[in-house]
Design a protein around this ligand. Structure first.
Ligand code: ATP
Ligand code: MG
Length: 309
């Protein structure tokens, strides 16, 4: 079983309007609500790929109940810790005239020390049932960056594999706890090292530095150029074919889901990278964020190129 942690989930509201006009009333042509947050994308993709997933984090109020009702994938079990504050919404308004999106992200209610303590109790209850733990996204207000390290330490103590996909201070602090894998994109890796990183050699060096710090698998995702994986088995690049994409949001999350499934199935390093690149590229071929078509995955698995560097 895979535990996916989403501490700051949201109801993602998507509107399509003919034209986005400030200070005017607009009527939405298309409305959709999704149980969102980066970890929820991971949960959905891993569950769609056939793995049992337990989604954990904080949910609150009527919005929290509504969020749970939006989870529509079998073998995805919600085990969120309930809090007082209402679960937030994030709004994406898509302007059909320009094909551009405008987003409004609610910050969400802060969680208390007591909420965190209850979450840890819940987390420890589910941990023995899990093989892999994924931790994704930002921290709610009131949670210190070191909290992710705490989760990684608890999981490692029970011999579970951990994948951390975050940014900034939360990523930096989490690395200190030596998760099994991190999956920064180029922007996140530059933010972390504040260095001029541009060539593949630079990325390999950074990956090896992180290996030396105790992160066994460093995967740097490069959008349409695929991903670079630096690990004890060597350095590998995984490249998807050139695609006509529909929606690339959540590709990174789908990649994390791909690696979580691969850990669960004990794939070799090459097969893990192939599966993760294929499933993340398949996500870009569907409109729904954090989703894929079985047929796309099947085709992409044949087309992804894995190379040892
Ligand atoms: N345009 C694309 N064509 C094919 N594959 C893609 C494309 N964009 C992303 N991918 C696949 O998804 C993986 C992750 O994408 P990316 O590097 O954009 O992650 P990210 O920035 O963390 O995304 P997010 O945080 O929005 O989920 C890539 O390594 C690649 O395999
Ligand atoms: Mg990402």
């Amino acid at each position: 079983m895979i535990i996916s942690v989403t501490l700051n989930p949201s109801i993602d509201k998507y509107y399509e309007v003919d034209e986005l006009l400030p200070h005017q009333v607009m009527r939405a042509k298309v409305v959709s609500n999704t149980a969102g947050g980066k970890g929820m994308n991971v949960s959905r993709v891993a569950a769609l790929a056939g793995e049992a997933v337990t989604a954990m984090g904080f949910l609150g109020g009527h919005c929290g109940n509504y969020f749970e009702s939006l989870v529509d994938v079998s073998n995805l079990n919600c085990a969120f810790t309930k809090v007082r504050g209402e679960t937030r919404s994030c709004i994406n308004i898509h302007d059909l005239a320009t094909n551009l999106s405008t987003e409004v992200l609610e910050p969400g209610e802060p969680v208390t020390a007591e909420d965190l303590a209850r979450f840890l109790t819940d987390f420890e209850k589910y941990l023995p049932l899990a093989d892999v733990v994924t931790i994704s996204g930002s921290l709610p207000k009131g949670v210190k960056p070191v909290f992710y390290s705490q989760l990684i330490n608890l999981a490692k103590k029970q011999g579970k594999k951990t994948i951390l996909d975050s940014s900034g201070l939360a990523l930096a602090a989490g690395i200190g706890a030596q998760p099994t894998m991190i999956k920064p994109n180029l922007h996140e890796i530059r933010q972390l090292f504040l260095e001029d990183i541009s060539t593949t050699e630079d990325l390999v060096q950074i990956g090896q530095k992180l290996n030396a710090k105790g992160v066994e698998y460093v995967v740097i995702s490069l959008g349409e150029d695929g991903a670079l994986m630096v690990c004890p088995e060597g350095v590998f690049s995984g490249k998807p074919p050139k695609l006509k994409i529909v929606n690339a949001v959540g590709c990174g999350d789908s990649m994390v889901a791909g690696f979580a499934c691969s850990f669960q199935r004990n794939y070799t390093v090459e097969d893990s990278l192939r599966f993760a690149v294929a499933i993340s590229a398949a996500n870009a071929l569907t409109a729904r964020t954090g989703s894929f078509q079985e047929e796309d995955l099947k085709n992409l698995l044949k087309e992804v190129r894995i190379q040892r560097l």
